[in-house]
Design a protein around this ligand. Structure first.
Ligand code: ATP
Ligand code: MG
Length: 710
């Protein structure tokens, strides 16, 4: 150690401590040895960990080249490198810029490259970037019938098993023990897993290694070869792990191999942000740290530097209801920012109304000076993005869909449109309910089964196809005369009219993809029971660990917001649909007028008056009646001349724009105009089917026609 001391000393160590609070400072200044920082979201975990490295280096306790900082995603590793470099400048060149900060996989890969020739000799190794082909081959050899999604899900299962250190033989029992949702029968998955490993090993002239093998082989090399262990341990002396609640048993084994008998390890994590259990991540190592290292310095950070006290208070209440082991490590966060607006809660009749309201609020924020890149809409599953893409497009707000493509660019949705188009070309001529069920039939071979499948990929595909089928149901309900050809043309039009993604736009992301990120304004949408918590978690039992993980997901979502936080849900999928949904159980006791407050069996409350018929004042329930703003059976007070005039105008505009007429306005919209005779913009947008964009495009023309009627 003394030999190292000279390499990093002489820097102004005090500067590294100035802007830290007392707990952060305690963690930074703790002597060499085990340190565990249990910290909530936004409490300065990454700041603390990078400062600790800089402090150890500046004080001469360790040379910068002997520190290995690891984390789980390239983005997080990049973030650490950036901070270490800037600390280097700040502290006058202590050398933190040369500290190795990388993912577990990158570290293992580098080490294996170095040690491999010595361990194995001449045979090289090749990294298997994607498991897909080999898994497909293994399934084939085992006579396991597997679709493309099944193969992906099988690969996911193999990854989970390897990350959890579970062999093919042990797989079925482990799956049963933890109650895991799996794509195929456990024995079949195990057979494919075993076959996959055999195929990989049999490759001529080279050894094929997948990403998990990089870790396995690295651990084994150090465990089994004293010389390798010695050399490695001389090279790295000090280890730091960020987001330690995400460590898998396999990664932990590598970390243990790196450490050997030493204990120079600093870990940082938040067990209440564990949202990747399904990939094998476990917070147990974080929670057991002080048991394993009884003399560890344990520091808790509770000051939240990211969010307003209002947001922090809601986060505390939501996670306060958590049960189980992780809840025991729960921290009560204390917001450090100046106060901001209270989080808002809104119930909507349907998803379209919810998305429209969200788009409107976003527009207002942008007009008020918030940058679009500082705004996010977060949802539970990717298929939920569709209505938000549509509403933001309609509102003229640019957006990007994070961690995936827009709805209509998804592979299964493109396949579905193609299948519908082929059927239309074959001349399928159906309308109404027959069309809606015909579409479902056409989508069935693509994965739209009656029951949701269990594999992750298969379920994502199913969710996207369900969203598409529901979109069609909605269109059909509004226009009973809609036929397949028109439907396909409209869906294509809808896809084409989407704004291309822009980097600086509003972010649409799933809660999982939002982890570790932050925005000034966050909209948490779709907070209905069955969506969050998601139904397949609920099916494991209301008090299951699966439901607890959903709660943590909600907590992660809330803590992404710096200032504005909006929470919303809808009682039905489609306008006029059955309002059978309930607000998320996680809102019980935290949202005003939540179901818990009202007691079970409460009458459904609706925001704003339910739509009523202009003629008989009866409630309106079907989409077509809402569109017409009268019961379909009530007499029409239609101005026939105006309708004819409107149709003429529509034809002219459609020709000018080279689009089909219904793209301008549908028949029902024209009928509604000719019946309600709107005289200003407000009356026009009150007609379903006329949004901000259409108002801007066609409003003046339509109002002139209405005013000019004889
Ligand atoms: P996450 O849960 O997203 O990983 P984290 O706990 O790693 O967050 P950081 O990213 O390190 O938190 O810090 C959150 C924000 O708070 C950063 O902008 C950071 O600069 C700021 N911050 C952290 N500590 C302090 C402090 N003592 N004084 C002022 N700002 C701070
Ligand atoms: Mg962090």
């Amino acid at each position: 150690m003394d030999a190292m001391a000279s390499q990093g000393s002489g820097a102004p160590a005090g500067a590294l401590l100035e802007d830290l609070d007392s707990e952060q400072r305690e963690a930074v200044q703790a002597p060499r040895g085990p340190v565990c920082v249990l910290a909530g979201a936004g409490t300065g975990k990454t700041r603390t960990i990078t400062r600790r490295i800089a402090h150890l280096v500046a004080a001469g306790h360790v040379a910068p080249s002997q520190v290995l900082a690891v984390t789980f995603t390239s983005r997080a590793a990049g973030e650490m490198r950036v901070r270490l470099r800037s600390l280097d400048q700040q502290a006058g060149g202590v050398g933190t810029g040369i500290v190795q900060a990388m993912t577990f996989h990158a570290a293992a890969r580098r080490q294996l490259q170095y040690f491999w020739p010595r361990l194995v000799g001449d045979t090289g190794w090749e990294l298997l970037d994607s498991k897909f082909a080999v898994v497909a081959q293994a399934a084939n050899r085992q006579s396991v019938k597997a679709s493309t999604d099944d193969v992906r899900d099988l690969a996911g299962e193999i990854e989970w098993a390897k990350a959890s250190l579970i062999s093919p033989e042990a797989y079925p029992a482990e799956v049963a023990r933890v109650g895991r949702d799996i794509p195929l029968d456990a024995a079949k998955v195990a057979a494919v897993y075993a076959g996959y490993e055999t195929l990989k090993a049999r490759r001529e002239g080279t050894t094929l290694l997948d990403f998990d093998d990089l870790l396995l082989h690295t651990a084994a090399a150090i465990e089994n070869d004293a010389a390798v262990a010695q050399e490695f341990r001389d090279r790295y002396r000090c280890f730091v792990v960020d987001e330690y609640q995400d460590v898998t048993p396999l990664q932990q084994r590598v970390l243990d191999a790196w450490l050997g008998e030493r204990d120079d390890l600093t870990v940082v994590g938040d067990a209440n942000q564990t949202i990747y259990s399904f990939t094998g991540a476990t917070p147990n190592h974080l929670l057991d740290f002080s048991r394993r290292f009884p003399d560890a310095t344990v520091v808790r950070l509770e000051r939240d530097y990211r969010s307003t006290p209002q947001v922090v208070s809601l986060a505390n209440r939501v996670i306060g209801a958590a049960r189980g082991r992780m809840a025991g490590s729960r921290l009560h966060l204390v917001g450090q920012r100046p106060p901001g607006p209270e989080p808002s809660f809104a119930e909507h009749t349907d998803e379209v109304a919810e998305a429209t309201a969200v788009a409107k609020s976003i527009k207002k924020l942008i007009q008020g000076g918030t940058a679009p890149s500082e705004i996010a809409v977060l949802y539970r599953i990717n298929a939920q993005s569709e209505v938000y893409e549509e509403a933001l497009t309609e509102a003229g707000v640019a957006f990007q869909v994070r961690g995936g493509e827009g709805f209509f660019s998804r592979q299964e949705v493109r396949q579905a449109l193609l299948a519908l188009q082929r059927a239309a070309e074959r001349g399928a001529e159906v309308t109404g309910a027959e069309l809606a069920s015909g579409v479902r039939d056409l989508l069935e071979p693509l994965g739209l089964t009656v029951e949701a499948p269990t594999g992750t990929k298969a379920r994502e595909r199913w969710e996207a196809l369900t969203a598409l089928a529901e979109l069609v149901d909605e269109d059909v309900a509004q226009r009973p005369d809609l036929d397949l050809r028109t439907l396909v043309a409209e869906l294509r039009q809808r896809a084409d009219s989407r704004h291309p993604p822009v980097v600086q736009g509003v972010t649409l992301a799933s809660l999982h993809a939002a982890k570790g990120l932050e925005w000034d304004a966050v909209f948490l949408v779709g907070l209905a029971d069955g969506t969050l918590p998601i139904s397949h978690a609920l099916s494991k039992g209301a008090e299951s660990e699966a439901v607890e993980e959903e709660r943590r997901l909600f907590y992660v979502g809330i803590t992404r917001a710096r200032m504005h936080l909006s929470l919303s849900w809808a009682l039905a999928r489609a306008p006029g649909g059955r309002q059978g949904r309930r607000p998320s159980r996680f809102l019980n006791g935290v949202a005003p007028q939540s179901p818990a407050d009202a007691g079970p069996g409460r009458a459904r409350k609706q925001r704003g008056p339910a739509p009523r018929c202009r003629v008989c004042n009866g409630p309106l329930t079907t989409p077509a009646s809402i569109m017409l703003r009268r019961c379909e059976t009530c007499p029409s007070d239609l101005d026939e001349d105006l309708l004819a005039g409107l149709k003429e105008w529509r034809l002219r505009i459609a020709k000018e724009m080279s689009v089909p007429a219904y793209v301008v306005f549908t028949d029902n919209t024209l009928i509604a105009i000719a019946e309600t005779l709107p005289t200003d913009d407000a009356a026009l947008v009150a007609i379903p089917g006329i949004g901000a964009r259409k108002l801007e495009q066609f409003g003046p023309d339509v109002l002139e026609l209405v005013r000019g009627r004889s």
